[in-house]
Structures are given as structure tokens and as C-alpha cells.
Design a protein around this ligand. Structure first.
Ligand SMILES: Cc1ncc(COP(=O)(O)O)c(C=O)c1O
Length: 432
């Protein structure tokens, strides 16, 4: 028998798990999960407005996902793609190609968001023959070396890991609330584009840049929604200089922004896209996606993986696509997202600690500040999140100082659940 009690995580987490992530919040011991709810070992029902950080988009334990995975499991569990093939892989490529933006129809399957980013960076460098990558301040792309090299959300994610891969340059992200030139769209976009121009002028000429890598909405960075013209402006720069545009849709994909991908929400066509998280509702899967004419230049043996495109995860992924379509979840995402955002706006009018509210689809955030200033207030955000959890709502933090509260409900969320979450937030804000 274990000397540790699962229901008391403080007694064992720090003994058996690496502290690099075991310090995370709130270490909730969960027994089971269903739909929008988590059930803890001590019998509490928690409204999960994190969805496992944008993973369980069609709700925890969706019966169709489970049935598809179970049926596949009984047939074939592992295929190391290339040595053997399985039919769900072919089906998933065909179904994904119907919903990816434009003509992105060739896939490298891996197991995670970070691996999808690695594939994107390696593909971009390989096919362009150029070394440079431009990424953005406040961006988060994962924890493996390449992904960490293009991540700049917090220096603690980088400390003691240097040197990173060379050839990475950071430009300012179009962050309206914190743009030094003002908050109107034109100023915010100019702030970022001027930064890119400075990189071209001073550091690396554009014909040496393989790719611009960007999150359509920054996730870890604080659910930062750029002005509508930002991504199209990046597309234009890429077209001018033969640079590839990589969208990191790891968090924004699979309906999260109200369209299947944020590329469609913002009307921009990427050359390469990294997808993961919601792709299989919790089964590990990720993919680098590109146009056939681009990805087919990647010769045999130049990239690969053992587990990528796992049959069970692919079967789950097929079910996810059906569910999003048949349960009309994009529409539900837009309607519920608007309801949640409106609720956030009402709270902002009531509580001066809320400096900004923003969001798209069901990525909704409030940025907490010292009232009357823009000083980030991570302490208040944590106190509110703790208050919410005590009252039965799980949300999550984001932003450089943890000052952003982000809500990421599953796309199946109901109006009643949204209203319940808003009432709990209201009480928790009042309590601080
Ligand atoms: C935008 C973005 N890219 C990449 C990643 C990395 O994904 P993973 O944790 O699956 O490696 C994340 C994870 O949170 C993310 O939000």
C-alpha cells in the first residue's frame, strides 16, 4: 500500500513529482470528470472552466469520443507510422483537411503542442533554407528546446537553459491594453510592425528569415486578442519577403475562437499551422500541417517520431470533428463566449481592480490591476481564483505576473453554467 494518500496532494506531490511543475495551482485530486464538471475525491463537483487548458473542448468524457477510442483500442493500439499504417490515420487526414484553413492538407503527427511547434520550425527552416525565426514578446510555444527557444512569456521558463537555438528574434506583440503608442488598432499594429522592421534593419535581413511564428491570440501571455488587422498585416510582410507564416493554433484551434481555427476567425491564411490540445479531447495528439507543395519537400528520414498519430488518439480525433459539427459547437462557442464576455464587462464596471476584459469565442479574460493604475495585480487574481474554487468554479491564471484570470470552458457549456460562473466570480471579486 502506498504511504501517501491521493486525496491529500500536499502530502505526496512534493515527494514524488518534480517541483518544476508540482508548484502549479490548485493540485486538485480528481476522481472523474463528465461534461463541464470535475468530481474530486472528497465528493465536490467543480465547474471546470479550464477544460484541461483548452483540451476537453467537447466536454470531459464525451461518450462518442470514448466509444471511438475504445473500439480502436480493441483493434490496434500502436502503429509506428511508416513501419505500419492504420486506417484512422488516413481518415483523420482527410477529415482535418476539410476544416483546416485554405489548402493545408499535409500532416506530420506528433503527440503534443510542443512537438507540433518543433515540426513547424524544422519544416520552415528545411524548405526555406533560411535560419531566422521571428517570434513575439509574451509568446508561449512549449517546453522542448526549439519551442522554449521561441518562447518569451516569462524568463523563468528560460533560466539556466541557455543557450537556446540561435536565429530567433522577438518582436512586440499587438497587445492593445499595454501598447505604449495607445490602444487604437492602428497604433497597436504599428507598434508591432515597427518592431519587426527594426529586426530587419538591425539584426537579420528579411531574405534570411524562414518564418514568422505567432499565436493568433496569446494564451499564456494573458489571452491577448490583437486587433483584427494584425495577422493580415503579418501575412503581407511574409508575402513581401517570401517568409513562411506559422500560426500556433495549439490553444486557439478546434473551435476555441468560434471558428474551427483562429485563422478563419481572423481571415488569414497560414503556410504552416501547429495544432494539438483540443484535437483529440485529451488523448495525446498534435500535428504540424502545411500545404502539400511545401511539406512534400521534406525528404524521407528528415523528421519523424515513434508514437505520433497514435491509432486511439486518431479515432478520438475523428469523433471530435463529428461532435463539433453535429452538436453545432462553433455556434454555441460564439453565443456563450459573447454571454461570458458581456458578464465580464458588467463586472469590470463594478470592480476597479479589473483593468481590462477581452476575449474571442470561449477564450475570455480579465486583467487585474492596482485600482487606478495599470500595475499588474497577480495577488488579487490568485485570491479571486481561490475564492472561485471554494465556490465550485475552476478558472486559471495567465500573464507575466499571473494578473490575468482566463476562463476556458468547454464548447458544450450552457447558458446556466456561464451564469453560474459569473455569479461565483462576482462573489469572489466582492470578497477581496
Ligand atoms: C499556444 C501554445 N503553444 C504550444 C503549447 C505547448 O503545448 P504542449 O503543452 O502540448 O506541449 C501550448 C501549451 O499550453 C500553447 O498554449
Amino acid at each position: 500500500m502506498s504511504k501517501f494518500e491521493f486525496s491529500k496532494p500536499q502530502s505526496w506531490v512534493h515527494e514524488v513529482l518534480m517541483p518544476s511543475f508540482a508548484q502549479d495551482w490548485p493540485l486538485l485530486p480528481v476522481e472523474r470528470a463528465e461534461g463541464a464538471y470535475l468530481y474530486t475525491v472528497d465528493g465536490k463537483r467543480i465547474l471546470d472552466f479550464t477544460s484541461g487548458i483548452a483540451v476537453a473542448n467537447v466536454g470531459h468524457g464525451h461518450p462518442r469520443v470514448l466509444a471511438a477510442a475504445q473500439a480502436q483500442m480493441m483493434k490496434f493500439v500502436h502503429s509506428s507510422v511508416g513501419i505500419t499504417l492504420h486506417e484512422t490515420l488516413l481518415q483523420l487526414t482527410q477529415e482535418l483537411a476539410k476544416v483546416t484553413p485554405g489548402n493545408l492538407d499535409m500532416f506530420f503527427f506528433g503527440n503534443s503542442g510542443a512537438e507540433a511547434i518543433e515540426g513547424s520550425l524544422k519544416l520552415a527552416r528545411y524548405v526555406s533554407g533560411r535560419p531566422g525565426i521571428i517570434a513575439f514578446d509574451g509568446g508561449f510555444h512549449g517546453r522542448t528546446y526549439g519551442a522554449a527557444s521561441v518562447t518569451s512569456v516569462k524568463s523563468k521558463y528560460r533560466k539556466h537553459y541557455e543557450p537556446f537555438i540561435p536565429g530567433v528574434y522577438f518582436a512586440p506583440y499587438a497587445y492593445p491594453y499595454r501598447c505604449p503608442l495607445g490602444q487604437d488598432d492602428e497604433a497597436v499594429i504599428r507598434w508591432s510592425l515597427d518592431g519587426i522592421q527594426k529586426i530587419f534593419d538591425r539584426l537579420i535581413q528579411p531574405d534570411q528569415v524562414a518564418a514568422i511564428l505567432v499565436e493568433p491570440v496569446q494564451g499564456e501571455g494573458g489571452y491577448v486578442v490583437p486587433p483584427a488587422g494584425f495577422l493580415p498585416a503579418l501575412r503581407q510582410i511574409c508575402d513581401e519577403h517570401g517568409i513562411l507564416l506559422i500560426l500556433d493554433e495549439v490553444q486557439t484551434g478546434f473551435g476555441r475562437t468560434g471558428q474551427m481555427f483562429a485563422a478563419q476567425t481572423f481571415g488569414v491564411q497560414p503556410d504552416i499551422m501547429a495544432i494539438a490540445k483540443g484535437i483529440a479531447n485529451g488523448f495525446p495528439l498534435g500535428a504540424t500541417v502545411a500545404r502539400r507543395e511545401l511539406m512534400s519537400q521534406w525528404p524521407a528520414g528528415s523528421h519523424g517520431t515513434t508514437f505520433g498519430g497514435n491509432p486511439i488518439a486518431c479515432a478520438a480525433g475523428l469523433a471530435v470533428l463529428d461532435i463539433i459539427r453535429e452538436e453545432n459547437l462553433l455556434e454555441n462557442c460564439r453565443v456563450m463566449g459573447a454571454r461570458l464576455l458581456q458578464g465580464f464587462q458588467a463586472l469590470q464596471a463594478k470592480y476597479p481592480v479589473i483593468g481590462d476584459v477581452r476575449g474571442v469565442g470561449l477564450m475570455i479574460a480579465m486583467e487585474l490591476v492596482q485600482p487606478g493604475t495599470k500595475e499588474p495585480n497577480g495577488k488579487a487574481a490568485m485570491a479571486v481564483l481561490e475564492g472561485c474554487l471554494e465556490r465550485g468554479l475552476l478558472g486559471y491564471m495567465a500573464g507575466l505576473k499571473g494578473q490575468v484570470i482566463r476562463l476556458i470552458p468547454p464548447l458544450i457549456v450552457t447558458g446556466e453554467q456561464v451564469d453560474e460562473a459569473l455569479a461565483i466570480l462576482d462573489q469572489s471579486l466582492a470578497a477581496i
